[in-house]
Each structure stands twice: as structure tokens, then as C-alpha cells.
Design a protein around this ligand. Structure first.
Ligand code: EPZ
Length: 418
């Protein structure tokens, strides 16, 4: 069981580089199996979720390797069409293989991904859409088998919710379908546009990504491609929040500032001074952070649910009361119970968290409940003067590449113990 020991209480200062996007890497790695040739992917972060995805690619029969900082995939040896339960359990977002394996082999078998720490995470929208594309679906005893022996047929898919994963699965599945697919009420996250760029680099015909209607014209085959995934806007915003909660001055380089617009607005409302350059954001924290009346998580381009926990941690140090409303996931406040160990004053009522800012936070020993909740606890520990420990950091390693090394760039005192 790995843990962080953090000696906090000092203002963080310095420059860090933002990692590649986890939530771009996973669907792009899955989609690479559609290619008839070698795929080279750059800026793929070193994360346990990426490792789990590479394990699935290997299980399916692809060759994968890391070479000169890139991930190289040879999908020519695809020989399986099922995702084993142990690999599904290792990473529930492996549901993103559904569209890719079905489009490539005409069949896919996977276990219901089940919930995770932040919610039930149903996949009804994925399955309804794939059925519209002409797949036969048998969903029984926790196992899902989709077949389309004659291939898939383009259709108009209206999503009742702009689900990121469902949008991605339909984009990937319909690349090789017969005819035109139109996704209405599509997710608009930057990772959707990045996936479209990758699919088009392989010879697909995807247009409208980033808007609410995405159109995919099916093609016969896809070819090799090289692609560099976008920076991770959530990891970048988490690093900026570390500067804010410790009263420091931090710059995060290798970002696409436009992707952080809704978070930058909240940083500024909390009194941080923000300086934006073409690929970096500098944050200068005020002496005392100001509370933010209401922060509501929404689909992009709204305030992202994934940065809700780190921003809630920052607001625990603000003067006054802030209200956070989590509209995307039904149980994304598990970390609050651990945050309170640091002296945070937070009340949770359903989807609402009421945060009464405190002058100081105190060192504590906390347990990481989930990926982004873990990041929030690290921020609280960085702000508390003295020594804190955070255990179960395997959750953090799912989405933050070597967080202790990155934070050490801000001269944070953080040590990993395995
Ligand atoms: C992606 O999850 C991200 N994961 C999540 O990041 C992110 O929080 C989420 O999008 C929202 O931005 C990856 O990209 C790997 P959704 P996804 O489908 O695709 C409901 C992180 O910390 N829903 O947009 O699963 C669902 O229950 C992770 O990096 C259905 O009801 O998100 C949720 O309430 C956490 N039925 C809401 O929609 C469905 O078929 C949003 O889910 C699908 C989703």
C-alpha cells in the first residue's frame, strides 16, 4: 500500500509541465485497433489507467511498446473480441473498447463495468446507441455481447445526456459503418475533439467534434497514423489549485489555456491573479482566498466535475462560505469526510457541499477514496503546516503521473512510501 508523506504549510513557487491527457489517451488507445497499420501516440502519460488499457490491447492481440517517449501499437494481430472481467474491474472505463472491438471484429463481449467510487456509472446510453447502429445486444448475467456480423450501419443518434463515453463509443464504432452517422447532443469536451483529430488522421471522416452535433461518414478502412494527445486540463488545473491553496505563485507550462476557461473563471473569483500565455497559465494567489458563492459542475464548456474536489479543497481556505453543486455524478463527495480531518468545515447535503472557509488547515492522516478526491487531500496536506500522510495513493496514480515529482517542481515537500 503506497502513501504520501507531505510536509505542508509553505507557499508553493515554481514552474511545472502539464502531463498528457488521461481522458484523451484512453479512447485514442482503444480506437487504435481500427487501424490497418502501425499507430504512434505521443504525450501519453505514464498512469496505471494507461497501463490497464495497454494490457487490454495486448490481450486482444495487439503488440504495444513504449519507444522514445511514444506508445507504438501494431493492431494487425487482433485475435480476440472479449474484455476479460479482471481487466474490466481493473479499469471500468474500458467500456470505451466496446465501439472499437465491435467495429474491428464484428463482435464484442464485455462484463457490465459496474459502478465505481463516484457513482453507478450506467452504460445504457452506450448500448442504446450501438443498437441504433444495427448491433444485436445480449445483456444477461452481467455479461454484454454485441454482434454485427454484417458490420454497422450509420444512424441518427440522439443522446439524452451529452455522455463523454457514449459520444466516444459512437464516434469510434461508426468510423467503419456503412453510411452516415449523426450524434445529436454530443459531448463537447476537448477530449472529443482530440479523438476526432486522431480518427481523421487514420483516414476517418468525422466533422463537428466539439459541437453538439457530430457527423461521421463511414469509410472502408483506416490506416496508420501518428498523433500527440492534448495536455491534461484536469491535471493542469489541479497544479494551479496547489498554488492557490498554499498562497503561492505557480506556472503550469504545456497547457491549452482555452481548455481551462471555466476553471480559470473560478480561480479569479476566488481572488487569484491569472496570467495566460499561449501554452501556459501563471497563478498568483492572494493573501487570503475569497469564497465563491456557487460552483456548479456541468458538461463542457461548463465547470468540469473532475476538478470539483481540488477546487472544493481550495475553497476550504477561503474567507466566507462557498457552495459546490455536483450535477454530474451522484456520489462524488466521499473525500469530504477525509478533508474534514484537516480541519475543513464542510457540510454535504445530496449534490450540494457547503464550505465554510477556515483560516488554516491542520496536518492529518487521510485515506484516498478515489482519484480526484485523493488530489483534493494532497492539496489540503500541502496547505497544512506540519506533516500529513495520505494512504491508498494507487487511486491518485490512476490519473496523475508521478504527482510527487511534479509538485516537487513547486518545491513542495512530498515523499512517496511504497
Ligand atoms: C468521462 O467519464 C471521464 N472519464 C470522467 O473522468 C469524467 O468525469 C466524465 O467523462 C464527465 O466529464 C474518461 O474520460 C475515461 P459520462 P464518462 O458518460 O464517459 C451518466 C476522471 O476523474 N451516464 O459523461 O463515464 C453517468 O452516470 C473521470 O478522470 C448514464 O446515465 O462520463 C454520469 O452521471 C471520472 N448513462 C453522467 O452521465 C450512460 O450510458 C456523465 O457520464 C453514460 C453516462
Amino acid at each position: 500500500m503506497s502513501s504520501f508523506t507531505i510536509f505542508g504549510g509553505r507557499a508553493l513557487r515554481g514552474d511545472a509541465v502539464c502531463q498528457g491527457s488521461k481522458n484523451s489517451s484512453l479512447p485514442i488507445l482503444a480506437a487504435s485497433i481500427l487501424s490497418g497499420g502501425e499507430i504512434i501516440l505521443e504525450n501519453i502519460p505514464r498512469l496505471s489507467d494507461v497501463d490497464a488499457t495497454l494490457k487490454i490491447l495486448n490481450y486482444l492481440g495487439c503488440k504495444t511498446k513504449r519507444e522514445n517517449g511514444a506508445v507504438v501499437i501494431d493492431p494487425s494481430g487482433i485475435s480476440a473480441s472479449d474484455i476479460p472481467e479482471n481487466l474490466m474491474r481493473e479499469m471500468r472505463s474500458s467500456v470505451i473498447f466496446l465501439g472499437a472491438v465491435l467495429a474491428r471484429t464484428g463482435r464484442v463481449e464485455l462484463f457490465s463495468p459496474g459502478g465505481c467510487e463516484i457513482g453507478l456509472r450506467p452504460i445504457d446510453l452506450h448500448l442504446e446507441a450501438i443498437k441504433k447502429l444495427g448491433a444485436e445486444i445480449i445483456d444477461a448475467e452481467g455479461k454484454i455481447v454485441c454482434t454485427a456480423p454484417e458490420g454497422l450501419t450509420g444512424a441518427v443518434i440522439s443522446l439524452s445526456f451529452p455522455s463523454v463515453g457514449a459520444t466516444e463509443n459512437v464516434m469510434i464504432a461508426s468510423c467503419l459503418a456503412h453510411g452516415r452517422t449523426e450524434i445529436r447532443n454530443a459531448a463537447r469536451e476537448p477530449e472529443i475533439s482530440d479523438l476526432a483529430d486522431f480518427l481523421n488522421a487514420m483516414g476517418a471522416k468525422v466533422s463537428g467534434a466539439g459541437e453538439s452535433t457530430v457527423v461521421i461518414e463511414g469509410v472502408k478502412r483506416l490506416h496508420s497514423a501518428t498523433h500527440s494527445v492534448i495536455p491534461d486540463r484536469i491535471a493542469g488545473a489541479t497544479l494551479l489549485a496547489a498554488g492557490a491553496i498554499t498562497g503561492g505563485v505557480v506556472r503550469v507550462n504545456g497547457l491549452i489555456p482555452a481548455h481551462l476557461a471555466p476553471v480559470i473563471d473560478i480561480f479569479e473569483q476566488a481572488g487569484n491573479e491569472i496570467e495566460i500565455k499561449s501554452d501556459s497559465v501563471l497563478l498568483r494567489a492572494p493573501k487570503r482566498l475569497k469564497s465563491v458563492k456557487t460552483v456548479r459542475t456541468m458538461p463542457y464548456p461548463g465547470f468540469p466535475t473532475d476538478i470539483q474536489p481540488p477546487i472544493a479543497a481550495m475553497l476550504c481556505k477561503a474567507e466566507g462560505t462557498s457552495v459546490m453543486i455536483e450535477t454530474i455524478f451522484e456520489s462524488r463527495y466521499k473525500y469530504i469526510g477525509e478533508l474534514i480531518r484537516f480541519g475543513a468545515k464542510v457540510r454535504v447535503d445530496g449534490r450540494m457541499a457547503v464550505i465554510d472557509g477556515a483560516e488554516k488547515l491542520y496536518p492529518a492522516n487521510a485515506v484516498t477514496p478515489d482519484l480526484r478526491g485523493g488530489a483534493a487531500l494532497v492539496l489540503a496536506a500541502l496547505s497544512a503546516a506540519g506533516e500529513s500522510t495520505i494512504t491508498e495513493i494507487k487511486h491518485i496514480d490512476r490519473g496523475y503521473e508521478n504527482l510527487e515529482r511534479t509538485l516537487s517542481a513547486f518545491s513542495a515537500e512530498i515523499k512517496r512510501t511504497d
